[in-house]
Write a protein that binds this ligand. Structure first.
Ligand SMILES: C[S@@+](CC[C@H](N)C(=O)[O-])C[C@H]1O[C@@H](n2cnc3c(N)ncnc32)[C@H](O)[C@@H]1O
Length: 232
């Protein structure tokens, strides 16, 4: 029997099983929403902030770290999937294999002084408050956090927090292991960001260039001091 308590372990295990298929899908441009909108959106959002030291949380096979390096921005990618981190390192760049649980226990294991942390479709668990609070401790006082996640209209109903399953239909013909992931409403995102010590600065909704339908939510938050609800 499996239940919600098992979902985080199944989630991370799926990224072990799916590492080769995921790497091939990302690098071949097989995922339409990424090709058409969301890759460019997250890259632009990071570059707009002119960061000095970026942490790419849940970096996968490392495309964003490499894209930033090509533009002269230093970035470290961390991910809990050993085969994905190995694929990332083989393609070049700075990477570390660390699970979110390990980061919660000792965030300084990936360094400190990050003025930007980016999580591109990588905050997939229910309990993300301890992770966000731990990351805040290794960020600069004026640091920013960028989170891109599936848009509620793209995710479909019901519009309520809860575990769902991604079967990777439409991601290519490989044999995928289904991935549990936790959908949260906009209010839930704001609540967890605030509770972890961040204030929302901006919200973008990258959309399909021809059809106009929103594909993702891109939340831009800053480290908030003394409970400030606005960013400098
Ligand atoms: C959808 S992929 C996104 C990868 C990358 N950010 C990108 O844009 O291609 C989600 C990533 O989050 C990582 N991840 C999920 N849960 C994790 C956990 N508990 N600890 C560490 N990494 C985790 C997975 O290994 C996977 O690489």
């Amino acid at each position: 029997m499996t239940g919600p308590a098992d979902e985080p372990a199944r989630l991370l295990a799926s990224w072990h099983d799916n590492a080769a298929a995921w790497t091939a899908a990302v690098r071949s441009g097989a995922i339409e929403s990424r090709r058409l909108a969301t890759d460019a959106a997250i890259l632009a959002a990071v570059l707009d902030r002119r960061p000095r030291q970026v942490l790419d949380l849940g970096c996968g096979e490392g495309w964003l770290v490499r894209a930033l390096a090509q533009r002269g921005v230093a970035a470290l990618g961390v991910d809990g999937s050993a085969p994905l981190v190995e694929a990332a390192a083989r393609a070049g760049g700075s990477f570390a294999r660390l699970s979110y649980a390990e980061l919660v226990a000792a965030p300084e294991r990936c360094g400190a002084g990050f003025d930007l942390v980016v999580a591109n479709f990588a905050l997939l668990e229910e309990q993300i408050l301890p992770l966000l609070a731990a990351l805040r401790r290794i960020m600069t006082a004026n640091g920013f956090l960028l989170v891109q996640t599936l848009h509620p209209l793209a995710a479909g109903p019901p519009y309520e927090d809860g575990w769902r399953t991604e079967d990777f239909r439409g991601f290519g013909d490989a044999a995928w292991t289904p991935m549990p992931w936790y959908f949260r409403t906009l209010g839930s995102w704001l609540g967890v960001l605030r509770a972890a010590g961040f204030a929302l600065h901006d919200l973008r909704e990258p959309s399909h260039p021809k059809e106009g339908r929103p594909l993702s939510l891109l939340l831009e938050a800053c480290v908030s001091t003394q409970g400030d609800l606005s960013c400098p």
